[in-house]
Design a binder for this molecule. Structure first.
Ligand code: NAG
Length: 409
């Protein structure tokens, strides 16, 4: 009798353990050729643009979705308005604070436009994953801000809104974590072509043959007034030569991650010595057998462009000097030609580093470096919102598009 009871208790606890082990949520990432923005499927053929620095999920809504009855004075409404975008109205509940519904101000990461919108219950239809393959379909309820169609200007065709991936309470990773009882973590592998991968909620890292021992980690730094992800830089090298940026320049203002532009923006005190070192190293390459790169008329906003036929190719993209950004924690983010050059038109490739406008050299209110899409592609980025960012460059023979989106069984 006692044994039967024990077995029953054991069986019950095993069932409980199995159902409480929730799997993270997988979404394939597509790069839009026209805009160089990245999208994930949302539901019913609609997709959302990934905005790594965005604080909200927003989408057009057609009255079909249930409105979320969230009062203006509620904690959720405070979360929705915790990071007003520059130039957008400051939220206010007015005198009737208890009865007024919550208004959020979704903003377009590309144009900077924003609009007032209420919150509604949307759903993200995706698959769970064991880290290697999709496992089963999952529908995750998320709170999204309702945006007018005009807020979609400059976003990829077919997208209906934006999925913010910042470190805020109503960004997609935090919402998936709380709805699915998962860790507030997400993994991103942005593709150069083909389908990249987003995994929300932690779990085993994909590509274990590389990620199990090869990840470097750097602390995530939070900055007052912004939900964007920042890390702190120590130094930059071009090949073996240290770029003479002023001491602490990279720590002052930090290194911000952004998906709104395909290229990097650098503050003047970092930009000028870096492009100087880069062009010198490029000019020295023919001594090692590289072809002589021929400069051509620059295409705005770039200042350094080359006839792409005169740039050699190697497995890491165009044969240009490697740029290595050393981060706090000891790891180095190694950018090859894939990350430092962009094809801007047929026959012309430009250096994907652009000087920030309207910012003084050394001004710590601006980031020292804003890494863009090209700089992050083919890196596994493992965000642990509480503390750190893991990063690993996938080997050139593979890349982010190598994830297995077809189920194994
Ligand atoms: C989920 O996985 C199935 C089977 O692999 C696939 O057909 C479907 O497109 C996936 N759904 C999403 C949203 O990724």
């Amino acid at each position: 009798m006692a044994r039967v009871l024990l077995l029953l208790v054991l069986a019950a606890s095993l069932v409980a353990a199995a159902s409480s082990k929730r799997l993270p949520v997988l979404a394939p990432i597509t790069k839009d050729a026209a805009t160089s923005l990245y999208t994930i499927p949302f539901h019913d053929g609609a997709s959302l643009v990934l905005d790594i620095a965005g604080p909200l999920v927003w989408s057009t809504c057609h009255g079909g979705q249930p409105p979320a009855e969230i009062p203006c004075s509620s904690p959720t409404c405070l979360l929705a308005n915790a990071y007003p975008a520059p130039g957008c109205p400051a939220p206010s509940c007015g005198s009737d604070r208890h009865h007024k519904p919550c208004t959020a101000f979704p903003s377009n990461p590309v144009t900077g436009a924003c609009a007032a919108g209420s919150l509604f219950h949307a759903r993200l239809v995706a698959n769970t994953t064991d880290g290697n393959n999709p496992v089963s379909k999952v529908t995750v309820g998320v709170l999204a801000a309702c945006a007018p169609r005009k807020l979609l200007a400059s976003l990829p065709r077919g997208s209906t809104g934006v999925a913010g991936l910042a470190g805020s309470g109503l960004a997609l990773p935090a919402q998936v974590a709380s709805a699915q009882k998962l860790a507030n973590k997400f993994l991103l592998c942005l593709p150069t072509g083909g389908a990249g991968v987003a995994i929300l909620g932690g779990g085993p890292l994909p590509w274990p043959q590389f990620t199990q021992s090869g990840m470097d980690y750097t602390p995530l730094v939070t900055k007052e007034g912004t939900p964007a992800h920042y890390v702190s830089g120590r130094s930059i090298r071009v090949e073996d030569t240290r770029v003479p940026v002023p001491e602490r320049a990279l720590a002052t203002g930090g290194v911000m991650l952004s998906t709104r532009l395909p290229y990097a923006l650098l503050r003047r005190d970092v930009y000028r010595p870096l492009v100087d070192a880069f062009t010198k190293a490029l000019a020295a390459q023919p001594a090692n057998g590289a072809p002589v790169a021929r400069a051509v008329k620059p295409v705005a906003p770039f200042k350094l462009c080359y006839d792409s036929k005169t740039l050699g190719n190697n497995p890491g993209g165009y044969w240009v000097p490697n740029v290595l950004l050393a981060l706090d924690g000891g790891g180095e983010c190694a950018m090859t030609g894939k990350n430092s050059m962009l094809d801007v038109k047929p026959g012309t490739a430009c250096v994907a580093f652009v000087e920030m406008k309207g910012v003084e050299a050394g001004d710590g209110r601006a980031p020292a470096v804003i890494l863009g899409g090209a700089q992050m592609e083919d890196f596994v980025l493992d965000f642990d919102m509480e503390k750190r960012l893991g990063f690993l460059r996938l080997p050139h023979f593979t890349g982010c598009s190598n994830f297995n989106f077809t189920p194994s069984a």
